[in-house]
Write a protein that binds this ligand. Structure first.
Ligand code: AP5
Ligand code: MG
Length: 192
């Protein structure tokens, strides 16, 4: 089993690259953002609770997302590996994930961290906001709030995994294919 965390700030291209990576490596894609948006679409109690945080660009409480990931891991016993997108986002989530993977006798193989300038992030998200229908893409204030939340709570996740020598930084600007190729090079080195 080979498990990957695709890491980076809002708008860095995690979702875009995840689609390509899962099809190349046959991994199961677990995006907490997508899981939360489907809870919102289904108007579940969990979705309604999460929406109040997401609309403000704030992180949803750890217990909520850890519970969702735990359920998703259980639901995919035969997976070749998992690609985590948008999770973990706090040190507590990182520790919880390590424990969950240990129970499955596996671990994180690599954390691929996409590097994109703040100016480019804001530009991409506002552009997407014109058509995405995502309330957290709608306006510079909420987009910047997400980036601030990333610096305050999420960037420490890279430090956490750096302690175990698992982090590789990959430039996230340029063409989608070029970035994808660079990600594949890093994965292939570790698969050998
Ligand atoms: P989430 O859904 O994870 O959103 P995010 O991290 O804010 O990031 P995005 O999905 O907006 O960006 P991305 O990095 O996937 O980039 P994308 O490929 O889309 O989280 C949303 C919210 O849910 C959070 O704010 C929080 O409230 C909650 N949440 C989720 N997980 C949580 C957790 N673990 N704990 C607590 N709360 C959680 O690309 C962005 C745009 O750029 C697209 O339009 C794309 O077409 C474009 N683009 C991509 N690549 C390129 C390129 N190379 N050049 C030019 N444009 C590009
Ligand atoms: Mg995404």
């Amino acid at each position: 089993m080979f498990n990957i965390i695709l890491f980076g700030p809002p708008g860095s291209g995690k979702g875009t690259q995840s689609e390509k990576l899962i099809s190349r490596y046959g991994l199961k894609h677990l995006s907490t953002g997508d899981l939360l948006r489907s809870e919102i679409a289904g108007q579940t109690p969990l979705g309604m609770e999460a929406k109040s945080f997401m609309d403000k660009g704030q992180l949803v409480p750890d217990e909520v997302v850890i519970g969702m990931i735990s359920t998703a891991l259980e639901a995919n016993p035969g997976a070749k590996g998992f690609l985590f997108d948008g999770f973990p986002r706090t040190e507590a989530q990182s520790e919880a994930l390590d424990k969950l993977l240990k129970l499955k006798q596996t671990e994180i193989g690599v954390v691929l961290a996409l590097i994109v300038s703040e100016e480019e992030l804001v530009k991409r998200l506002l552009q997407r906001g014109l058509t995405s229908g995502r309330s957290d893409d709608n306006g510079e204030e909420v987009v910047r709030a997400r980036i601030t939340e990333y610096h305050k709570k999420t960037s420490v996740v890279a430090d956490y995994y750096a302690r175990f020598n698992k982090v590789v930084h990959v430039p996230g600007e340029g063409s989608v294919d070029e970035i994808f190729n660079n990600l594949c090079v890093e994965i292939d080195k570790r698969l050998k």
